[in-house]
Design a protein around this ligand. Structure first.
Ligand code: 13P
Length: 257
């Protein structure tokens, strides 16, 4: 596998936290803390309302880019409350998180909808961060691999080999999100290997070796280096510990090789 070619990704998902003012405050403290870093991509996903202000502040940053936390697959129309890819592109947004477990389990998003969103993101030059992950009862019932495969199979259903490496996969076991219970290194590596071998079956080992697979779920400064040391973990998607500049800067400064 071409693990050397995979540039690590450290991504912050702020969920429904931070006003525009709080976003500005965060960035003004955070950016000087990380400005010497290289050989990694840092992504921040603030709420929609703060994207414009964040984009203005990050215009000059070579390290940090922005993600939206969601989008709809149509470009415009009668879809009250939704945001489209062209609206995100206008703000200079590079990435979009799709299929987060909170979208799946609180807002009822189905694999079929997420598939349309991934397709639409790629068609409109946004890079998808496709989130997948099993619930505790699914893991305990021996269904983990089947659930991941179903989510991957939908998420990649409209992705060609040529654009496959534009997709970043985030493995976020639902039982580890916001619970303080991180997957053990063995559990994370096992899931990541499974995901990569499924991708090898869909594409081939060269392409699967280029797709970045992030781990998410109670990532913090204390466990990031252990996770990043795993051969198939190419970065992290961080919730709670990304809300403070001090802790997210420590995560972003992790060892990357
Ligand atoms: P926590 O890091 O708070 O567990 O959240 C993970 C997550 O959902 C990131 O998308």
């Amino acid at each position: 596998m071409n693990s050397l070619k995979r540039i690590p990704v450290l991504a912050a998902n702020w969920k429904m936290y931070k006003t525009v003012g709080e976003t500005r405050e965060f960035l003004h403290v955070f950016l000087p803390m990380v400005d010497k870093l290289s050989e990694r991509e840092v992504i921040i996903a603030p709420p929609f309302t703060a994207l414009s202000a964040a984009s203005e502040i990050l215009k000059e940053s070579e390290l940090v880019t922005l993600a939206a936390q969601n989008m709809y697959f149509e470009q415009k129309g009668g879809f009250t409350g939704e945001i489209s890819s062209i609206m995100l592109k206008e703000l200079g947004i590079k990435w979009v998180i799709l299929g987060h477990s909170e979208r799946r389990h609180i807002f009822g998003e189905k694999n079929s909808l997420i598939a349309l969103k991934v397709k639409s993101a790629l068609e409109n030059d946004l890079l998808p961060i496709l989130c997948i992950g099993e619930k505790l009862e699914e893991r305990e019932g021996g269904l983990m691999h089947e659930i991941l495969e179903r989510q991957l199979s939908a998420g990649f259903s409209e992705v060609s080999s040529a654009e496959a490496d534009k997709v970043v996969v985030a493995y976020e076991p639902v039982w580890a999100i916001g619970t303080g219970r991180t997957a053990t290194p063995d559990q994370a590596q096992d899931a990541h290997i499974h995901i990569r071998s499924w991708l090898t079956g869909l594409f081939d080992s060269d392409i699967a070796g280029q797709i970045r697979i992030l781990y998410g779920g109670s990532v913090k400064p204390e466990n990031i280096n252990e996770l990043m040391a795993l051969p198939d973990v190419d970065g992290a998607l961080v919730g709670g510990a990304s809300l403070k500049p001090e802790s997210f800067s420590q995560i972003v400064s992790c060892r990357t090789s």
